[in-house]
Design a protein around this ligand. Structure first.
Ligand code: URA
Length: 195
């Protein structure tokens, strides 16, 4: 928590995580996957955990889920290059399993600090695990999506509008849900344009 709290920039966070030995996932991962996109982004996405492609390249959401996420952004007139993208944990869990509560808890001060540094207008939690850790909610993603929450920390001077989205990996397996996800993307784009 102290290490994360001292970081003043994304580079500080990266340096801190490079030297951090408190998360066992680091041992099996190839690369640290911290963030992609501009630090002054108005829109920030937080996913669950890096997968195989992300682990290889050290960049979040570059595999099949990332490609669908890019298409979803484009469909509502947003560009991936304008969005800051990260995850609740920064190393790939072996076999892409869901991060354990302990792994998420250990990484949490770092993702929380990243949100404070970026201070976006809108925070989008991608998938249930991200919505649960970031928003402190326990309901299933179907109940959390399409609604607005407030993300607040002791250091933020104001709450950040936050919502949840079906994970693109789920949408790839369950295309019938794409309609809801696109409605959610429109809701996010509207909020960004002041609606
Ligand atoms: N899925 C995630 O949740 N995050 C990534 O970075 C890639 C796939």
């Amino acid at each position: 928590m102290d290490l994360a709290g001292q970081a003043k920039s994304v580079d500080d966070l990266r340096d801190a995580l490079m030297g951090f030995e408190g998360c066992a996932l680091k041992k099996t991962a190839t690369n640290l996957v911290l963030s992609d996109g501009p630090v002054d982004a108005k829109l920030m996405f937080v996913g669950e955990a890096p997968g195989a492609d992300e682990d290889r390249q050290g960049v979040p959401f570059v595999g099949p889920s990332g490609k669908l996420l890019n298409a979803m952004l484009e469909s509502v007139g947003l560009k991936r290059e304008d969005v800051l993208i990260s995850n609740t944990v920064f190393w790939r869990p072996p076999g892409n399993r869901t991060p354990t509560t302990q792994e998420s808890a250990v990484c949490h001060p770092f993702i929380e600090r990243l949100v404070e540094i970026v201070d976006p207008e809108v925070l989008v939690c991608v998938g249930a695990p991200a919505a649960h850790t970031m928003l402190g909610q326990t309901q299933g993603i179907s109940r959390l999506r399409g609604k607005w929450f407030e993300f607040q920390t002791t250091r933020l001077s104001h709450p950040i509008d936050a919502t949840a989205l079906f994970h693109p990996a789920y949408l790839l397996r369950t295309p019938i849900k794409k309609r809801d996800a696109w409605a959610d993307m429109r809701m996010i784009a509207k909020k960004l344009s002041g609606g």
